[in-house]
Design a protein around this ligand. Sequence first.
Ligand code: AR6
Length: 170
Amino acid sequence: MTIELIKGDITTIKADAIVNAANSSLLGGGGVDGAIHRKGGKAILAACVAIRNKQGQCKTGNAVITTAGNLPAKYVIHTVGPVWTGESEQNSALLADCYRNSLILAIENDVKIIAFPNISTGIYHFPKDKAADIAINTVNNFAQKERIEKVIFVCFDEENYDLYLQRLGR
Ligand code: AR6
């Protein structure tokens, strides 16, 4: 598995799957979630509604997969990050679950190239440095990492990009 770092908008990435930082409702919101639904079109929301009708809300740390609609990617993997409520092992474990469960779902769907945004570091206020450590460590320690060809970390803001650059190098 190789790791790539990109600064930009995840909706433009032509990966097998892009990951969405969703909320438990799966019905859309602001931030990257808003951008994905806006640009991907209503097929994504329709697929999310179908999942909700079948299995209810998506718990924090879990992930579900849908079409990517009009986006260049094939699938969107929607995962629900933890809302930052202060330093706790639970918050860190839940954020790691997001990355791990997204990768498991990717493998189940034959995804080889997957792009992640910086889950929970926007509206959910998880500290960006801690979130970067968790994201990179979880991907690096993923048990089935040889089954994924490439993980792309897509940083939208300069601060996240710099934090990832420090950790991953050029
Ligand atoms: N491409 C890549 N990254 C982006 C983009 C984009 N187009 N837009 C924003 N980011 P956030 P959260 C970055 O707030 O903190 C929604 O309302 C952004 O700079 O999107 O997990 C959901 O419905 C930040 O670093 O997600 C939930 O209710 C990162 O994406 C809630 O927000 C995550 O920021 C989830 O909050």
